[in-house]
Write a new protein. Structure first.
Length: 178
């Protein structure tokens, strides 16, 4: 800090807050890596080798897709008004596409959230401010806005899904050999 008094809403203060938030996210990611090293590899280390080997990005994407579909099925019995978590639905969709190295348009992410476009765009802005989402224009067609999960967001979601498996809160991916 340079010691100058900054008022709320001051562009310099907003930029400083954004820089601080990004630096905190980077430090948090480093702390997670150090913790994994100190505990012998994190959640995956305590898994049987045959389970650990099944948890590549494609398998984790299948688990995330299963979670996403289960969340959508709830709407058959309950009003979407009481179940709304568009940010979480977006994170799942972003994770799936990043894990499968598949492009994702802004429009598709809005649809996946199941909320009005204005709400979805506001949530995307929040995810971007948190350092979890990156927006850009498609290389193939500049009219199309694309989104992707940042490496930081991907590592957090990967940790979340892997940790859920180790705690038996999430299903294991089906073996391709069975």
């Amino acid at each position: 800090m340079d010691g100058a008094l900054r008022l709320k809403g001051d562009p310099a203060a907003v930029e400083a807050d954004e820089d601080l938030g990004l630096e905190m996210a980077r430090l948090g990611e480093k702390l997670l890596r150090v913790a994994e090293e100190l505990t012998g590899g994190g959640p995956r280390a305590s898994m049987p080798p045959e389970v650990r080997d099944m948890l590549d990005d494609t398998a984790l994407a299948a688990i995330a897709r299963s979670i996403f579909r289960a969340r959508q099925r709830r709407q058959r019995q309950f009003s979407p008004r009481i179940l709304g978590e568009p940010g979480w639905d977006m994170l799942l969709e972003l994770f799936i596409h990043k894990a499968l190295d598949a492009p994702l348009s802004t429009k598709s992410l809005c649809l996946a959230a199941g909320v009005p476009r204005s709400t979805a765009l506001r949530m995307m802005r929040q995810l971007e401010e948190e350092g979890l989402l990156h927006r850009s224009r498609s290389d193939a067609d500049k009219r199309i806005a694309t989104v992707e999960m940042t490496p930081h967001g991907f590592s957090l979601m990967r940790l979340y899904v892997t940790d859920g498996i180790t705690r038996s809160e999430m299903p294991l991916p089906e073996s391709s050999g069975a």
